[in-house]
Design a protein around this ligand. Structure first.
Ligand SMILES: [Zn+2]
Length: 109
């Protein structure tokens, strides 16, 4: 599994055309080491019309996967990418927190 980034995380893009933008992780593609991030890295997808499936065809905007190495967990309070710190709670659970402001980075499920 990729280091630290999970589905539903808010991430910031560190390199590439979407550098500095943030979004929510919709999907982790572990086998390719990439993540699909909401509203980021749009590409045009051409859809062929298929009458048998009643598909009209055309051009659709679609999120393309971004390599996880270009992404970093984002702290909305610090407004920056951070390396999360793991915090152990009294009930034994562990959550990820921002090393700067100590706010939780785990998104509600
Ligand atoms: Zn923070």
């Amino acid at each position: 599994m990729a280091p630290g980034i999970r589905k539903n995380d808010i991430v910031i893009v560190r390199q590439g055309k979407d550098k500095g933008k943030t979004g929510k992780v919709l999907q982790i593609k572990a086998e390719t080491g990439k993540a699909v991030v909401e509203r980021l890295n749009y590409v045009k997808e051409f859809i062929k019309p298929d009458r048998s499936k009643n598909v009209q065809g055309g051009i659709m905007d679609k999120e393309a996967p971004i390599p996880l190495s270009r992404l970093m967990l984002y702290c909305e309070d610090c407004q920056t990418g951070v390396r999360p710190r793991h915090k152990r709670h009294e009930d034994g659970t562990r959550t990820r927190v921002c090393p700067k402001c100590d706010n939780g980075l785990d998104q509600a499920k």
